[in-house]
Design a protein around this ligand. Sequence first.
Ligand code: SF4
Ligand code: SF4
Length: 422
Amino acid sequence: MSMDRIYEEYVDRIIKFGAENERTRIALDRAIDSYRKNRANALKKFPHTITLAEEVRKIKEYSISHMDELRKSACDAIEENHGHCYLAKTKEQAYSIFEDLVGRNKTIVKSKSLTSEEIHLRQFLESMGNEVYETDLGEFIVQLLNTRPMHILSPAINIPREDVARLLSDFTGESIPPDIAKEVATVRKILREKYFKADIGINGANVISADTGTMFIIENEGNARLSIGAPPVQIALIGIEKIVPTLNDAFKTAEVTWRYANYRIPAYVNLISGPSKTGDIEKVTTYGAHGPRELHVVFLDNGRSEMAKHPVYREALYCLRCGACLYECPVYAVTAGHYGQQYMGGIGTIWDAFTTVGFEGAAPEAYTCLRCGRCKVMCPLGIDTVTMVTQLRKDLVSRGLVPQPVREFAEEILELAKNGVR
Ligand code: SF4
Ligand code: SF4
């Protein structure tokens, strides 16, 4: 697609489906209020999180400087635990690994993973004739809508309950009222049988330790533990930036992630280091007890090593994907995830430039950011998105990739975002 076409489509989406959509605004207003109250309560109850976040920043700085070495250690640990480990340098390599592991005509249950969204894994698996169910409630709604997630953690943040009721009524053929508890119960009923029918469960991870090969999957719904615990085969797709040196580092990283993601304590933290096993009969270790008998871990590079080499952009790899910055961004507050191509917000602009649409595709996003710096203030790790976006603009100018009408668009966004400042 030409740069001008990318630009036109992006502007159309961000203005028409985001800023001028009243329903998006209603849903975002509700979500932002709820997030702020919950985060304030969580930090009041657990004030040590602030200093813990400073420690996690140092862990991430070290980890990103030693990504390759940590990935090799993590793979050794996973293999020692009787799992299988792979490295996909590109999206195409990831597809090829999944094609070999999954094959065709399988039923798959999948828990939420932005890394899988990055490479459109569900769509790829479906194109091979597999039946794939997103099991996170928000992702399930996004799948039914055939759209993309609008927030790092709350994929359907822009869909008000009234729209969800209509969508579920269409899907089930029953009349579902706009009552959130009834909507949740409906999705529970739809997905319940799928977990035990599925051949394969697919998951991402919030963090993984190199010394023990233990992946942490933070969740509230219980869908992740069902989708990775019930099927006979588990496959994890994990970005190489998620690896930290030790299990203790992973605990610290996970705690900061969930606290800023809105949780005092999440309902579940799943720790998985290998396939299920038992030694209960004569102390003979046998794999495939009640949980999956196979575990495959696919590490994805897809531009991350390039990002790590750059003195400014490498900071984007520290991102915990807690989503805190999005709730405070004045542009996001009026546009939701339309501010972005695959990833979202200012931090997502850098991720998009390296992993999904390239510098050319990310150009409109670079000029959507107001460079106000609110995201840095709200980020637990103090990630400096403004400096990265400024660097991206400089690189776009030097590569001749700035679309002609970009200045007028930036002014229009500034006007719209004034409504988003709260
Ligand atoms: S600097 Fe950009 S991404 Fe960050 S809060 Fe401001 S507008 Fe949003
Ligand atoms: S940039 Fe910071 S606040 Fe935003 S998602 Fe990443 S870690 Fe969270």
